[in-house]
Design a protein around this ligand. Structure first.
Ligand SMILES: [Zn+2]
Ligand SMILES: [Zn+2]
Ligand SMILES: [Zn+2]
Length: 157
């Protein structure tokens, strides 16, 4: 045991502090736990690392829903338990859904004043179409009534 600096068993490169695998040949370093793979340079750091020891890429990210800071490796937010996978898109989708629900609520209210039976038919049409009902055309009076409601809602916004 004459080694002072610990070196990679495979390529002999000095082992960098905070990395779990050799910086040069990617062989796991004995005694270190594999943690986070840097999304920027692909080096594998130890689990405690909060930033990449090689390129300084941060290993933490903020939750788009509640702002909680968590590791990049975390599957979901430790505070609100939202999955990080596709969180941006999901947030947008949810905002879109909420907007549509509000519109549907307004539409249903407007229609129920005019004609309860037609209103029911339209609401079931909306729920059945699974969103994206803007593109539906044709269908006579019911559709034009529906168009009218959407347009009047558009003006309110
Ligand atoms: Zn190596
Ligand atoms: Zn890196
Ligand atoms: Zn959160």
């Amino acid at each position: 045991m004459t080694q002072v600096v610990e070196r990679c068993e495979n390529c002999g490169a000095p082992e960098r502090e905070g990395l779990a695998c050799c910086e040069y040949c990617d062989v796991p370093i004995a005694g270190r736990v594999l943690g986070i793979r840097c999304p920027s340079c692909s080096e594998v750091a130890v689990p405690e690392a909060r930033a990449c020891p090689v390129c300084n890429q941060s290993f933490t990210k903020g939750c788009v829903f509640c702002g909680q800071v968590a590791f990049l490796t975390a599957g979901s937010c430790p505070r609100c338990h939202e999955a990080f996978e596709g969180a941006e898109q999901r947030k947008k989708q949810r905002e879109e859904q909420q907007r549509q629900q509000q519109m549907m609520g307004m539409a249903a209210t407007g229609v129920s004043v005019l004609a309860p039976i037609v209103g029911q038919a339209i609401s079931s049409q909306i729920t059945g179409s699974g969103g994206g009902f803007g593109g539906k055309s044709g269908g006579g009076a019911m559709a034009s009534l529906f168009d009218m409601i959407i347009k009047s809602n558009d003006k309110k916004r």
